[in-house]
Design a protein around this ligand. Structure first.
Ligand code: ADP
Ligand code: ZN
Length: 488
């Protein structure tokens, strides 16, 4: 199904004309309403009248995230405050967040483009659709939400978190579609397994996945574990939010809603526009936006644009998957993270040397971020261990053990580093009266201690219950820590 064939299947020449007209109007609008653009255009000696066709776009200045930060909060806004009906902020920026204001018309366009996406994914009014992107300042939740409502399906504003409850809703409310990050979809699959619910017991059939890069392999895994068909959806707050581009049933690139968001690919070094088909940095101009229209916004996302007919019937140009970034931004659980943000936190704190390392990994389908940072000599206590960036004092574990009558006051902490992740093992002797062959009660005891340790240290430890007398007694001061990380 195609939501808006007039636009989605428009002839190429007609589309170019429409884009040209919209660009002319846009340039007049920003020239007269945004001093930032007027100054830039004057400095480049470009007048609004110089923009006639869409190809004239190369005469216009670029916009970067830094420009948005420098003009925080509302400096690039073109519409008067009275016309702004909603504000979102982009996740994870250094210093000031990026503020995006929307007029009523902007929100209508956003719902329209989101509805095109959902329709391409096969969602209809009959569906019950869970929006499991975060709601709030982040554009994912509300952006998808209004698209689902505009389409006429039933929206379940589940947001993120509370995964077990969410799964019960998926089952009980017969939820058939879901929008979330691909990593959350995998996490959902894990939780399903954990709850012992078979994918046949739920009716999910379509997923709209985006906000972070993912691969064909992830698609296969999500599809087979959740029993649905997964589609890619791309977007960014500065341009609108989710709904900038979307896959059709052909799944050969994502169609860009180019009557609203005009795409270019540039060489990120020379800033030259590159011909279709070449890989480079994706740049968007918001052809119809009123609140905060942007000229040639540099997304820093690397990809290629593909023209040519698509078997689905849409004529909208397609973009490949995002192949990387031209800056050092990381996306961790859907949140944009710039290493410089961590750096500035560390530099501000006198306890640390300006030495750090970020280690990003994916453990059980969830992104993890480890920050390793050096504690200055004067602040480094002998006893203190730093495990996964968390300060751990052996005495914290000791007091937990001393409080529990099941244990002897004998324990050993063994710290190690496995695949760049610190591990903590707690060996503790179980008192004779409590030591049994009954695996069930030993496991329960293990869990009881694990929970207590986790609550005091805020990291999990691998608990080993030892036979009475098996932990080596030291002659002098009790030795309670073996830190194998220092050996290697
Ligand atoms: P979002 O709310 O979509 O996370 P942000 O503005 O915070 O919006 O982040 C946008 C960035 O997220 C994009 O520039 C891109 O790097 C990444 N992104 C969004 N959707 C996708 C997608 N489907 N595939 C790859 N990367 C994506
Ligand atoms: Zn198509």
């Amino acid at each position: 199904m195609i939501w808006n064939p007039n636009k989605e299947c428009m002839g190429r020449e007609q589309m170019r004309e429409l884009q040209g007209k919209r660009l002319q109007k846009l340039v007049q609008y920003v020239y007269h309403n945004v001093p930032f653009y007027r100054n830039k255009m004057q400095a480049m000696n470009v007048a609004p009248e110089d923009i006639v066709t869409i190809d004239d776009i190369v005469k216009l200045p670029f916009t970067t995230k830094q420009d948005l930060r420098d003009n925080y909060p509302y400096g690039l806004q073109a519409a008067p405050a009275s016309e702004i009906v909603r504000v979102h902020a982009s996740s994870g920026t250094t210093g000031n967040p990026t503020i995006v204001g929307y007029t009523r018309k902007d929100l209508a366009v956003w719902s329209e483009v989101m509805t095109r996406c959902l329709t391409a994914f096969g969602v209809t009014r009959e569906d019950t659709f869970s929006v499991s992107y975060g709601y709030g300042l982040f554009t994912g939740g509300l952006g998808a939400h209004y698209g689902v409502e505009n389409l006429g399906a039933t929206v379940i504003p589940a947001s993120t978190g509370n995964t077990e409850k969410h799964i019960h809703l998926i089952k009980d409310l017969n939820i058939t579609g879901i929008a979330c990050t691909p990593s959350y979809a995998l996490y959902l699959a894990e939780t399903l397994d954990k709850l012992g619910i078979d994918k046949k017991d739920i009716n999910l059939r379509v997923g709209a996945f985006g906000a972070e890069p993912w691969t064909e392999n992830m698609r296969k895994e999500i599809e087979s574990r959740l029993g649905l068909k997964g589609y890619n959806i791309y977007g960014l707050s500065e341009i609108m939010g989710p709904g900038v581009s979307y896959e059709c049933e052909e799944q050969n690139g994502s169609h860009i809603n180019e009557d609203h968001f005009y795409p270019e690919i540039i060489n990120p070094e020379t800033l030259e526009q590159l011909p279709r088909g070449q890989q480079g940095e994706l740049v968007f101009t918001t052809l119809t936006k009123e609140g905060m229209p942007l000229l040639r916004y540099r997304t820093k996302d690397l990809c290629t644009l593909m023209e040519g007919e698509c078997a689905c019937g849409r004529t909208l140009v397609r973009m490949s998957r995002i192949m990387g970034r031209s800056d050092d931004m990381l996306i961790i659980r859907g949140i944009n993270v710039f290493p410089s943000q961590v750096e500035s936190v560390i530099l501000e704190m006198q306890e640390f040397e300006p030495q750090y390392m970020l280690i990003v990994d994916r453990v059980k389908n969830l992104d993890t971020l480890q920050v390793q940072v050096e504690v200055r000599k004067d602040y480094f206590s002998d006893d203190m261990l730093i495990i996964r960036g968390i300060n751990v004092f052996p005495s914290q574990v000791e007091s937990v053990i001393l409080e529990m009558e099941e244990f002897e006051p004998q324990y050993m902490l063994i710290v190690d580093r496995v695949k760049n992740l610190d591990t903590l093992q707690v060996q503790v002797e179980v008192r004779k009266d409590y030591f049994t062959d009954d695996i069930g009660s030993m496991l329960a005891l293990k869990k009881k201690l694990a929970d207590k340790v986790k609550s005091v240290l805020s990291i999990s430890a691998d608990i080993r219950l030892m036979e009475p007398g098996s932990i080596e007694r030291s002659q002098g001061k009790g030795k309670h820590v073996i830190d194998n990380r220092k050996l290697g």
